[in-house]
Design a protein around this ligand. Sequence first.
Ligand SMILES: C[S@@+](CC[C@H](N)C(=O)[O-])C[C@H]1O[C@@H](n2cnc3c(N)ncnc32)[C@H](O)[C@@H]1O
Length: 390
Amino acid sequence: MHLLEGRHHIVIPCSPGVTPFLVRELRDLKMPIIDERSTSVTTKGDFTDVLRLNLNLRTGQRVLWRLAAFEAADPDQLYDKLMPLPWEELVAADGYFSVTSVVDTPTIRDSRFANLRVKDAIVDRLRRCCGRRPDSGPLRDKLVFHLFWQQNKVKFYLDTSGPTLAQRGYRLDPGKAPLRETLAAALVLASGWNGAKTLVNPMCGSGTLAIEAALLAQNRIPGLLRQAYSFQFLLGYKNMELLSLQAQARRVSRPDRKTRLIASDIDPQMIKVAKENAVRAEVDDVIEFVTCDFAQTPVPEGGGVLLCNPEYGVRLGEEEELKATYRRFGDFLKQSATGYEAFIFSGNRNLLKEIGLRPARRWFFDNGGIACELAAYPLYAGSLIKPEIN
Ligand SMILES: C[S@@+](CC[C@H](N)C(=O)[O-])C[C@H]1O[C@@H](n2cnc3c(N)ncnc32)[C@H](O)[C@@H]1O
């Protein structure tokens, strides 16, 4: 059977905390859940599903198609098991591929050596059967293979995405301290916002939260924005299936759906960047951008969701300054956001305490190696606002 035929395990890595949202997305796409881990979810499907997942997923990092699973005790056994596979079905003899890996096995000290043995196996097979050899190197913009080797268990994948799916294609200028698009999408999903009510996003920075929210509300899939995936470099790949899946997605998107999103930032340069990003994401007509201090952000009557990612300062001395900002933000919520549910994403628990409200719910994430949380504060009229207990 051709390496791309049949139903295979498909692994989707994600960042810590995102798993429940990724599982929900997969269920919505009618994919089975085979395994859930803190940083990945495994499903099963055919190669058309691989394309669908690459196009549709908002919270997954990449889509890995399992090509082989076997045991290997050392690099020579790894080479011996990989070399006989028909790599000529996937890699053009004059093509290019790269190898990534996660390796934790006693015979390998430097994972680059494992990558080298993988490269040797694929190149040697192609040289033998085609008389020519493909190039290999670190660039992940063409074919990418991924080795997962733990103790003596090897799982070998085609990384069908290449560059992470967080790279939607709309954010050319990330601004300062941007959220990864996949994490921003998970935060919007956690807030439960569905476009029916207003979404207010003070301190919007480059606009990632507001843009991901707008894409979600209008059912626009990320794959309509991104141009390149690793699977497009497979030998004999034809764009027809991708184009037809994109056309299907366009038919179910609702760019005319009216929804109200307000995004503000004190920095006019950030508002400029956010607007440019929204134009590229084709959602600039649904987001009202305002340059102002967060306390002046318009909060329309009628309630909704207020979602915010304030700075949380990692350098010494910043925390004291930011405490005043968080205290003032808490006052803004209490005075101006009645009827809303506020969600604040921060990497500093001490600062969140300065909000002066007790979170009704918290979700835990990781943002660039920093443990972060999303805290929910219902501010409904008449709801008891309890102070945070230290
Ligand atoms: C952590 S960044 C937000 C990043 C954003 N989530 C993104 O993905 O780009 C925090 C933003 O808060 C803004 N900010 C800081 N103090 C502010 C204030 N007093 N009023 C409004 N915005 C403020 C900064 O200009 C910065 O853009």
